[in-house]
Design a protein around this ligand. Structure first.
Ligand code: PLP
Length: 404
Protein backbone atom coordinates (compact mmCIF):
# COMPACT_ATOMS: atom_id res chain seq x y z
CA UNK A 1 0.00 0.00 0.00
CA UNK A 2 1.43 3.38 -0.96
CA UNK A 3 0.31 6.78 0.28
CA UNK A 4 -2.99 7.65 -1.40
CA UNK A 5 -3.08 10.70 -3.64
CA UNK A 6 -6.80 10.54 -4.58
CA UNK A 7 -8.05 10.65 -1.01
CA UNK A 8 -10.80 13.22 -1.63
CA UNK A 9 -12.48 10.89 -4.13
CA UNK A 10 -12.84 8.03 -1.66
CA UNK A 11 -16.09 7.21 0.15
CA UNK A 12 -16.38 7.80 3.92
CA UNK A 13 -15.74 4.25 5.20
CA UNK A 14 -12.63 3.99 3.02
CA UNK A 15 -11.41 7.31 4.40
CA UNK A 16 -11.97 6.03 7.94
CA UNK A 17 -9.81 3.01 7.27
CA UNK A 18 -7.04 4.82 5.40
CA UNK A 19 -6.72 8.25 7.06
CA UNK A 20 -3.56 9.07 9.00
CA UNK A 21 -1.68 5.97 7.86
CA UNK A 22 1.22 7.75 6.16
CA UNK A 23 4.25 5.53 5.64
CA UNK A 24 6.50 7.98 7.49
CA UNK A 25 4.30 7.53 10.58
CA UNK A 26 3.47 3.81 10.43
CA UNK A 27 6.72 2.36 9.13
CA UNK A 28 6.26 -1.33 8.36
CA UNK A 29 3.17 -1.86 10.54
CA UNK A 30 -0.53 -1.09 10.06
CA UNK A 31 -1.06 1.37 12.89
CA UNK A 32 1.12 4.34 13.80
CA UNK A 33 3.07 3.24 16.89
CA UNK A 34 2.61 5.03 20.23
CA UNK A 35 5.28 7.71 20.19
CA UNK A 36 5.73 8.59 23.86
CA UNK A 37 7.85 11.71 23.79
CA UNK A 38 8.43 14.96 25.61
CA UNK A 39 11.84 15.78 24.14
CA UNK A 40 12.35 15.76 20.39
CA UNK A 41 15.97 15.61 19.32
CA UNK A 42 17.40 17.99 16.72
CA UNK A 43 20.29 17.26 14.36
CA UNK A 44 22.31 20.41 14.96
CA UNK A 45 22.16 23.90 16.42
CA UNK A 46 21.26 25.14 12.95
CA UNK A 47 18.27 22.77 12.75
CA UNK A 48 17.25 23.77 16.28
CA UNK A 49 17.39 27.46 15.42
CA UNK A 50 15.14 26.89 12.40
CA UNK A 51 12.55 24.73 14.11
CA UNK A 52 10.37 27.30 15.94
CA UNK A 53 9.81 29.33 12.79
CA UNK A 54 8.33 26.22 11.17
CA UNK A 55 5.47 25.74 13.60
CA UNK A 56 3.34 23.64 11.28
CA UNK A 57 1.62 20.28 11.42
CA UNK A 58 3.70 17.14 11.31
CA UNK A 59 7.05 18.65 12.37
CA UNK A 60 9.08 17.49 15.33
CA UNK A 61 9.91 20.25 17.81
CA UNK A 62 8.83 19.47 21.39
CA UNK A 63 6.30 17.08 22.95
CA UNK A 64 3.60 19.67 23.49
CA UNK A 65 3.13 19.91 19.73
CA UNK A 66 2.54 16.17 19.56
CA UNK A 67 4.28 13.44 17.62
CA UNK A 68 3.19 11.05 14.84
CA UNK A 69 0.52 9.24 16.90
CA UNK A 70 -1.39 12.48 17.56
CA UNK A 71 -0.66 13.82 14.07
CA UNK A 72 -2.08 10.64 12.53
CA UNK A 73 -5.30 11.05 14.51
CA UNK A 74 -5.63 14.72 13.54
CA UNK A 75 -4.98 13.84 9.91
CA UNK A 76 -7.54 11.01 9.93
CA UNK A 77 -10.19 13.28 11.52
CA UNK A 78 -9.49 16.01 8.98
CA UNK A 79 -9.85 13.52 6.14
CA UNK A 80 -13.43 12.66 7.15
CA UNK A 81 -14.51 16.32 7.55
CA UNK A 82 -14.95 17.68 4.01
CA UNK A 83 -13.69 21.26 3.78
CA UNK A 84 -11.45 21.12 6.84
CA UNK A 85 -7.89 22.46 6.73
CA UNK A 86 -7.03 20.69 9.95
CA UNK A 87 -8.17 19.34 13.30
CA UNK A 88 -7.06 20.19 16.83
CA UNK A 89 -7.47 17.52 19.53
CA UNK A 90 -8.20 18.26 23.19
CA UNK A 91 -8.24 16.13 26.36
CA UNK A 92 -12.09 16.03 26.43
CA UNK A 93 -15.12 17.21 24.48
CA UNK A 94 -15.69 20.01 26.99
CA UNK A 95 -12.05 21.07 26.60
CA UNK A 96 -12.63 21.27 22.83
CA UNK A 97 -15.65 23.55 23.29
CA UNK A 98 -13.72 25.68 25.82
CA UNK A 99 -10.71 25.82 23.49
CA UNK A 100 -12.88 27.03 20.61
CA UNK A 101 -14.69 29.63 22.75
CA UNK A 102 -11.39 30.95 24.15
CA UNK A 103 -10.14 31.32 20.58
CA UNK A 104 -13.16 33.17 19.21
CA UNK A 105 -14.30 35.38 22.09
CA UNK A 106 -12.93 38.50 23.78
CA UNK A 107 -14.18 40.50 26.80
CA UNK A 108 -17.27 42.46 25.77
CA UNK A 109 -18.36 39.96 23.13
CA UNK A 110 -21.71 38.19 22.99
CA UNK A 111 -22.08 34.48 22.28
CA UNK A 112 -25.38 32.89 21.26
CA UNK A 113 -25.73 29.38 22.68
CA UNK A 114 -28.56 27.07 21.69
CA UNK A 115 -30.90 26.46 24.61
CA UNK A 116 -30.74 22.68 24.06
CA UNK A 117 -26.93 22.55 24.24
CA UNK A 118 -25.07 19.95 26.27
CA UNK A 119 -25.42 21.15 29.86
CA UNK A 120 -21.69 21.78 30.58
CA UNK A 121 -21.63 23.98 27.45
CA UNK A 122 -24.48 26.03 28.88
CA UNK A 123 -22.78 26.39 32.24
CA UNK A 124 -19.52 27.35 30.49
CA UNK A 125 -21.44 30.32 29.07
CA UNK A 126 -23.02 31.45 32.34
CA UNK A 127 -19.88 30.63 34.35
CA UNK A 128 -16.40 30.85 32.86
CA UNK A 129 -17.30 33.03 29.88
CA UNK A 130 -19.32 35.41 32.09
CA UNK A 131 -16.27 35.69 34.38
CA UNK A 132 -14.28 36.81 31.34
CA UNK A 133 -16.80 39.57 30.52
CA UNK A 134 -18.50 37.62 27.73
CA UNK A 135 -22.29 37.66 27.60
CA UNK A 136 -24.24 34.48 26.78
CA UNK A 137 -27.67 34.66 25.15
CA UNK A 138 -29.64 31.41 24.91
CA UNK A 139 -31.76 30.96 21.79
CA UNK A 140 -34.47 28.54 20.68
CA UNK A 141 -33.02 27.00 17.48
CA UNK A 142 -36.54 26.30 16.17
CA UNK A 143 -37.48 30.01 16.39
CA UNK A 144 -35.45 31.62 13.61
CA UNK A 145 -36.92 35.12 14.07
CA UNK A 146 -36.17 35.03 17.79
CA UNK A 147 -32.63 33.84 17.08
CA UNK A 148 -32.05 36.61 14.56
CA UNK A 149 -33.31 39.21 17.02
CA UNK A 150 -30.61 38.25 19.57
CA UNK A 151 -27.73 39.39 17.35
CA UNK A 152 -26.02 42.71 18.01
CA UNK A 153 -22.71 44.34 17.00
CA UNK A 154 -20.94 42.48 19.79
CA UNK A 155 -22.18 39.01 18.73
CA UNK A 156 -19.01 37.16 17.76
CA UNK A 157 -19.91 33.48 17.92
CA UNK A 158 -22.90 31.12 17.77
CA UNK A 159 -22.98 27.63 19.22
CA UNK A 160 -25.31 25.14 17.51
CA UNK A 161 -26.04 21.54 18.48
CA UNK A 162 -28.06 19.15 16.34
CA UNK A 163 -29.95 17.23 17.50
CA UNK A 164 -30.33 19.02 20.85
CA UNK A 165 -29.03 17.43 24.01
CA UNK A 166 -31.59 15.18 25.76
CA UNK A 167 -34.64 16.49 23.87
CA UNK A 168 -33.15 15.52 20.48
CA UNK A 169 -34.94 18.01 18.21
CA UNK A 170 -33.15 18.70 14.92
CA UNK A 171 -32.83 22.34 13.86
CA UNK A 172 -32.07 23.96 10.50
CA UNK A 173 -28.28 24.08 10.88
CA UNK A 174 -27.51 25.54 7.40
CA UNK A 175 -29.92 28.41 8.00
CA UNK A 176 -28.65 29.17 11.52
CA UNK A 177 -25.06 29.14 10.19
CA UNK A 178 -25.94 31.36 7.23
CA UNK A 179 -27.59 33.96 9.47
CA UNK A 180 -24.57 33.90 11.82
CA UNK A 181 -22.27 34.59 8.88
CA UNK A 182 -24.47 37.44 7.60
CA UNK A 183 -24.28 38.99 11.07
CA UNK A 184 -20.50 38.66 11.20
CA UNK A 185 -20.39 35.84 13.80
CA UNK A 186 -18.52 32.53 13.64
CA UNK A 187 -20.74 29.44 13.83
CA UNK A 188 -19.63 26.45 15.89
CA UNK A 189 -21.46 23.11 15.68
CA UNK A 190 -21.26 20.43 18.36
CA UNK A 191 -21.49 17.51 15.94
CA UNK A 192 -20.92 14.70 18.42
CA UNK A 193 -24.23 12.94 17.65
CA UNK A 194 -23.92 12.57 13.88
CA UNK A 195 -20.15 12.89 13.37
CA UNK A 196 -19.08 14.14 9.93
CA UNK A 197 -20.31 10.80 8.53
CA UNK A 198 -23.88 11.75 9.36
CA UNK A 199 -23.61 15.52 8.93
CA UNK A 200 -20.88 17.21 6.91
CA UNK A 201 -20.89 20.39 8.99
CA UNK A 202 -18.35 22.54 7.18
CA UNK A 203 -19.91 21.68 3.80
CA UNK A 204 -23.29 22.69 5.19
CA UNK A 205 -22.00 26.16 6.03
CA UNK A 206 -20.76 25.85 9.62
CA UNK A 207 -17.37 27.44 10.42
CA UNK A 208 -16.11 25.10 13.17
CA UNK A 209 -17.23 21.55 13.95
CA UNK A 210 -16.59 20.07 17.38
CA UNK A 211 -16.86 16.46 18.50
CA UNK A 212 -16.57 14.70 21.82
CA UNK A 213 -14.32 11.86 20.63
CA UNK A 214 -15.08 10.32 24.03
CA UNK A 215 -18.34 9.12 22.50
CA UNK A 216 -18.43 7.45 19.09
CA UNK A 217 -14.88 7.87 17.88
CA UNK A 218 -13.40 6.26 21.00
CA UNK A 219 -16.36 3.91 20.83
CA UNK A 220 -15.32 1.64 23.71
CA UNK A 221 -15.99 3.76 26.84
CA UNK A 222 -12.34 3.85 27.79
CA UNK A 223 -11.05 7.28 26.83
CA UNK A 224 -11.81 11.00 27.02
CA UNK A 225 -11.00 13.32 24.10
CA UNK A 226 -12.40 16.09 21.93
CA UNK A 227 -11.71 17.68 18.56
CA UNK A 228 -12.34 20.85 16.57
CA UNK A 229 -12.03 21.08 12.77
CA UNK A 230 -12.11 24.22 10.63
CA UNK A 231 -11.02 25.82 7.37
CA UNK A 232 -7.70 27.66 6.80
CA UNK A 233 -7.22 30.73 8.95
CA UNK A 234 -9.71 29.67 11.62
CA UNK A 235 -7.93 26.35 12.00
CA UNK A 236 -4.59 28.15 12.47
CA UNK A 237 -6.14 30.31 15.20
CA UNK A 238 -7.54 27.27 17.02
CA UNK A 239 -4.20 25.51 16.83
CA UNK A 240 -2.29 28.54 18.12
CA UNK A 241 -4.67 29.07 21.04
CA UNK A 242 -4.50 25.40 21.96
CA UNK A 243 -0.69 25.66 22.02
CA UNK A 244 -0.94 28.80 24.20
CA UNK A 245 -3.16 26.88 26.62
CA UNK A 246 -0.64 24.04 26.75
CA UNK A 247 -3.23 21.53 25.57
CA UNK A 248 -1.87 18.12 24.62
CA UNK A 249 -3.37 14.65 24.34
CA UNK A 250 -1.44 11.54 25.35
CA UNK A 251 -0.20 9.33 22.50
CA UNK A 252 -1.73 6.27 24.20
CA UNK A 253 -5.17 7.88 24.08
CA UNK A 254 -4.58 9.06 20.51
CA UNK A 255 -3.80 5.46 19.51
CA UNK A 256 -7.03 4.27 21.17
CA UNK A 257 -9.02 6.97 19.37
CA UNK A 258 -7.46 5.93 16.06
CA UNK A 259 -8.42 2.31 16.73
CA UNK A 260 -12.00 3.40 17.42
CA UNK A 261 -12.13 5.59 14.33
CA UNK A 262 -11.48 2.69 11.95
CA UNK A 263 -14.79 1.02 12.86
CA UNK A 264 -16.85 4.19 13.42
CA UNK A 265 -18.82 3.76 10.21
CA UNK A 266 -20.13 0.25 10.78
CA UNK A 267 -20.83 0.91 14.45
CA UNK A 268 -22.87 4.03 13.70
CA UNK A 269 -24.82 2.27 10.98
CA UNK A 270 -25.68 -0.68 13.23
CA UNK A 271 -26.55 1.50 16.23
CA UNK A 272 -28.79 3.74 14.15
CA UNK A 273 -30.61 0.74 12.67
CA UNK A 274 -31.22 -0.80 16.12
CA UNK A 275 -32.22 2.57 17.60
CA UNK A 276 -34.82 3.12 14.89
CA UNK A 277 -36.24 -0.38 15.42
CA UNK A 278 -36.54 0.29 19.17
CA UNK A 279 -37.99 3.77 18.54
CA UNK A 280 -40.75 2.29 16.36
CA UNK A 281 -41.46 -0.36 18.99
CA UNK A 282 -41.65 2.22 21.81
CA UNK A 283 -43.91 4.49 19.78
CA UNK A 284 -46.53 1.73 19.68
CA UNK A 285 -46.47 1.17 23.46
CA UNK A 286 -49.31 2.55 25.61
CA UNK A 287 -46.84 3.66 28.33
CA UNK A 288 -45.05 6.05 25.96
CA UNK A 289 -46.26 9.58 25.10
CA UNK A 290 -43.53 10.65 22.69
CA UNK A 291 -40.38 9.21 21.13
CA UNK A 292 -37.65 11.77 20.39
CA UNK A 293 -35.48 10.15 17.75
CA UNK A 294 -34.33 12.15 14.70
CA UNK A 295 -34.54 9.11 12.39
CA UNK A 296 -38.18 8.43 13.37
CA UNK A 297 -40.83 10.05 11.13
CA UNK A 298 -42.92 12.45 13.23
CA UNK A 299 -40.13 13.12 15.74
CA UNK A 300 -39.32 16.85 16.15
CA UNK A 301 -37.08 17.93 13.28
CA UNK A 302 -37.22 14.58 11.47
CA UNK A 303 -37.82 16.34 8.13
CA UNK A 304 -34.68 18.44 8.60
CA UNK A 305 -32.77 15.32 9.55
CA UNK A 306 -33.97 13.63 6.35
CA UNK A 307 -33.00 16.71 4.31
CA UNK A 308 -29.55 17.42 5.77
CA UNK A 309 -28.21 14.27 7.44
CA UNK A 310 -26.77 11.13 5.88
CA UNK A 311 -26.86 9.05 9.05
CA UNK A 312 -27.73 8.84 12.70
CA UNK A 313 -26.66 6.91 15.76
CA UNK A 314 -28.03 4.99 18.72
CA UNK A 315 -28.77 7.91 21.04
CA UNK A 316 -32.40 8.99 21.51
CA UNK A 317 -34.98 9.77 24.19
CA UNK A 318 -38.60 9.08 25.00
CA UNK A 319 -41.20 10.50 27.37
CA UNK A 320 -43.56 8.43 29.49
CA UNK A 321 -47.31 8.97 29.28
CA UNK A 322 -48.19 10.31 32.72
CA UNK A 323 -46.73 8.39 35.62
CA UNK A 324 -44.43 9.62 38.32
CA UNK A 325 -40.71 10.10 38.56
CA UNK A 326 -40.64 7.02 40.79
CA UNK A 327 -42.33 4.95 38.04
CA UNK A 328 -39.77 6.13 35.51
CA UNK A 329 -36.91 5.37 37.87
CA UNK A 330 -38.32 1.90 38.58
CA UNK A 331 -38.31 1.23 34.85
CA UNK A 332 -34.66 2.26 34.58
CA UNK A 333 -33.60 0.26 37.62
CA UNK A 334 -35.28 -2.86 36.16
CA UNK A 335 -33.27 -2.76 32.91
CA UNK A 336 -30.59 -5.41 32.71
CA UNK A 337 -28.80 -4.81 29.40
CA UNK A 338 -28.94 -0.99 29.58
CA UNK A 339 -26.53 0.07 32.32
CA UNK A 340 -27.04 3.41 34.08
CA UNK A 341 -24.33 5.88 33.19
CA UNK A 342 -23.52 9.16 31.50
CA UNK A 343 -21.84 9.25 28.16
CA UNK A 344 -22.76 7.19 25.10
CA UNK A 345 -21.28 6.01 21.84
CA UNK A 346 -19.61 2.92 23.32
CA UNK A 347 -20.28 -0.63 22.14
CA UNK A 348 -22.63 -1.20 25.10
CA UNK A 349 -26.12 0.13 25.74
CA UNK A 350 -26.68 2.77 28.41
CA UNK A 351 -29.62 4.60 29.96
CA UNK A 352 -30.15 7.76 32.04
CA UNK A 353 -33.23 9.54 33.40
CA UNK A 354 -33.65 13.03 31.93
CA UNK A 355 -35.24 16.20 33.33
CA UNK A 356 -34.43 18.79 30.65
CA UNK A 357 -36.44 21.60 32.27
CA UNK A 358 -33.51 22.04 34.66
CA UNK A 359 -31.28 22.83 31.66
CA UNK A 360 -33.53 25.14 29.63
CA UNK A 361 -34.19 28.89 29.64
CA UNK A 362 -36.38 29.40 26.58
CA UNK A 363 -37.44 26.02 25.15
CA UNK A 364 -40.40 23.97 26.41
CA UNK A 365 -40.10 20.40 27.65
CA UNK A 366 -41.20 18.05 26.25
CA UNK A 367 -40.94 19.40 22.70
CA UNK A 368 -44.35 19.87 21.06
CA UNK A 369 -45.84 19.75 24.53
CA UNK A 370 -49.08 17.79 24.60
CA UNK A 371 -50.08 17.03 28.13
CA UNK A 372 -48.62 18.54 31.33
CA UNK A 373 -48.61 15.06 32.85
CA UNK A 374 -46.23 13.65 30.25
CA UNK A 375 -42.80 14.83 31.36
CA UNK A 376 -40.64 12.06 32.75
CA UNK A 377 -38.02 11.21 30.18
CA UNK A 378 -35.48 8.50 29.49
CA UNK A 379 -32.44 8.66 27.25
CA UNK A 380 -31.24 5.44 25.68
CA UNK A 381 -27.82 4.93 24.11
CA UNK A 382 -28.33 1.85 21.96
CA UNK A 383 -25.20 -0.23 21.59
CA UNK A 384 -24.20 -3.21 19.49
CA UNK A 385 -26.17 -5.95 21.27
CA UNK A 386 -28.80 -7.85 19.27
CA UNK A 387 -31.83 -5.62 18.98
CA UNK A 388 -34.30 -8.38 19.94
CA UNK A 389 -32.53 -8.81 23.28
CA UNK A 390 -32.66 -5.05 23.89
CA UNK A 391 -36.40 -4.91 23.12
CA UNK A 392 -37.06 -7.89 25.40
CA UNK A 393 -35.15 -6.09 28.15
CA UNK A 394 -37.22 -2.92 27.73
CA UNK A 395 -40.42 -4.97 27.69
CA UNK A 396 -39.62 -6.73 30.97
CA UNK A 397 -38.65 -3.40 32.57
CA UNK A 398 -41.99 -1.84 31.52
CA UNK A 399 -43.75 -4.83 33.10
CA UNK A 400 -41.70 -4.44 36.30
CA UNK A 401 -42.60 -0.73 36.41
CA UNK A 402 -46.33 -1.53 36.25
CA UNK A 403 -46.19 -4.41 38.74
CA UNK A 404 -45.18 -2.18 41.63
C1 PLP B 1 -20.30 14.20 26.08
C2 PLP B 1 -20.55 15.40 25.26
C3 PLP B 1 -19.64 16.46 25.28
C4 PLP B 1 -18.45 16.49 26.18
O1 PLP B 1 -17.55 15.49 25.98
P1 PLP B 1 -16.54 15.03 27.16
O2 PLP B 1 -15.49 14.31 26.43
O3 PLP B 1 -17.37 14.18 28.07
O4 PLP B 1 -16.04 16.26 27.82
C5 PLP B 1 -19.91 17.53 24.46
N1 PLP B 1 -21.00 17.57 23.67
C6 PLP B 1 -21.88 16.57 23.64
C7 PLP B 1 -23.05 16.68 22.74
C8 PLP B 1 -21.69 15.45 24.44
O5 PLP B 1 -22.59 14.47 24.43
Amino acid sequence: MSDLDNFDDLAPFTKLVSGGRRKEWTGAVVNPPVWRASTHLHESTAALAQAPSRNEDGRFFYGRRGAPTQWALCDALTKIEPGAEGTVIYPSGVAAIAGVMLTLLRPGDVVLITDNAYDPTRSMGTGMLADFGIETRFYDPLDIAGYEALFCDRARAVLIEAPGSLSMEVCDVPQLARIAREKGAVSVLDNTWASPLGFAGLEKGVDVTVMALTKHVGGHSDLMMGSASARGELYEQLRKRSQDLGIVVSPDDAALALRGLRTLGVRLRQEAESALTIAHWLEARPEVAQVLCPMLPGSPGHDLWARDFTGGCGLFSFVFKGGTMADRNRFIDALKLFAIGYSWGGFESLVVPIEPTRHRDVMPWPPQKRDEEDRHGVRLAVGLEDVDDLIADIEQALAAMKRA
